[in-house]
Design a protein around this ligand. Structure first.
Ligand code: PMP
Ligand code: GLN
Length: 380
């Protein structure tokens, strides 16, 4: 059959590539971002309980009211902001579907979307699939900061949306109060929407707090803000997340949501709602992951790979320029085959595969896994 591809030239996601290579080479997988420890057994019991209690049919289209209420309570507790669970919270099939749908909701053929690179790999294909054009703003290592003035100069009459991600995958940086205030001022007199991907909101370290687009009224009114329970509760395979967005945007988002998934699985929603009644379940996350980050960084002191600061997420970038001038993809392939540790080349997060001689390692792993990976990387 002849067909015209909607994503011509699209490569297989780097996460699939590296996880497959890790498996084939029997290497430790610090590439794809997922924990290699299980989620809380209490959460599993709660899912089981809801299944055996017969909660196995469709949930309401926007999500169960129990879970949406708990999300609204969490937002009040963390950010002191009131969102209406009925009209501003929608449960989605992971953050991925929330991102895809948000872009579908507002981007039309010919529109431009500013994407800050290195960028998570699902943004650009989603833009292309609605006939939009992704316009890249490129952050450069080693500090990967945004120069808002330069970014502002990219705005024109075709700009429909800007996508931000904080804490940031893959650079492990985060936006602060000043960044978001500057962005708010930049967008003040425009009709530009904001997609704020905040899936790592709980993974912020060194006594800092996550700053959300929700905390800036002039940003929030134009925002689609996406979250992931997979990241938060160590259950990436459950593929459940949510969107927070003002009522007018939510109403439009749901027109599409009802025809992409209709609703998300019921027993997991009900289990999460009960589990979230205990705020400690998410409040202890920064401490939990900061310990892992510090253990890993300490063990990596013996390695020639040089760590860049990790302010948030469960990743750290490492500079390998002291030992190799290979391209990032070649370097991580060598690492997987020879050192038996798989990593992600940061070049995969740039449309033009910009090379910074840095790789991303994920520290959402058991302590013994992190120590063994660091031991292997110290022999380079
Ligand atoms: N955004 C970013 C920045 C991510 O790292 C991920 C990976 N979890 C997602 C979105 C997708 O999240 P989910 O697995 O809930 O679809
Ligand atoms: N978010 C995870 C990462 O960046 C994995 C996402 C995926 O496998 N699609 O590694």
């Amino acid at each position: 059959m002849d067909f015209i591809s909607k994503l011509p030239g699209q490569e297989l996601s780097i996460f699939s590539v590296m996880s497959k290579m890790a498996k084939e080479q029997n290497a430790i997988n610090l590439a794809q971002g997922f924990p290699n420890f299980d989620c809380d057994p209490t959460l599993i019991e709660l899912v089981h309980k809801n299944m055996t209690a017969g909660h196995n049919q469709y949930a309401p289209m926007a999500g169960t009211i129990q879970l949406r209420n708990q999300i609204a309570k969490k937002i009040k507790l963390l950010y002191n902001i009131e969102v209406d669970p009925l009209s501003e919270v929608t449960i989605t099939t992971g953050a991925t579907q929330a991102i895809y749908n948000s872009i579908q909701t507002v981007v039309h053929t010919g529109d431009e979307v500013i994407v800050i690179e290195p960028a998570y790999d699902s943004y650009v294909p989603a833009i292309k699939m609605c006939g939009g054009t992704a316009v890249s703003y490129s952050m450069k290592g080693p500090d990967f900061k945004i120069n808002w003035e330069k970014l502002g100069a990219m705005i024109n009459s075709k700009t429909k949306m800007i996508i931000i991600n904080t804490p940031h995958n893959p650079t492990a940086t985060r936006l602060d109060q000043q960044d978001l205030q500057t962005l708010s001022d930049l967008l003040a007199d425009t009709n530009i929407y904001l997609l704020s991907d905040e899936v790592y909101e709980h993974l912020v370290y060194d006594e800092q707090s996550h700053i959300s687009a929700m905390q800036f009224p002039d940003l929030y009114k134009r925002s689609f803000i996406t979250y992931s329970f997979g990241k938060t509760f160590h259950a990436t395979g459950w593929k459940i997340g949510y969107l927070v967005s003002p009522p007018d945007l939510t109403a439009e988002f749901r027109k599409i949501h009802q025809f992409t998934v209709f609703s998300v699985n019921t027993p997991v929603q009900l289990a999460l709602a009960t589990y979230m009644q205990t705020p400690e379940h998410y409040q202890q996350l920064p401490q939990f992951y900061q310990q892992k980050r510090d253990l890993f960084l300490e063990a990596m002191q013996g390695s020639p790979l040089k760590a860049l600061p990790s302010a948030g997420t469960y990743y750290t970038l490492f500079d390998y320029s002291a030992i190799s001038d290979k391209k990032e993809l070649d370097f991580v392939t060598d690492l997987t085959y020879n050192a038996k540790v798989a990593a992600i080349p940061v070049s995969a997060f740039y449309a033009d595969h910009v090379e910074n001689q840095v790789i991303r390692l994920c520290f959402a792993k058991r302590d013994d896994t992190l120590l063994e990976a660091a031991r292997r990387l110290s022999t380079l």
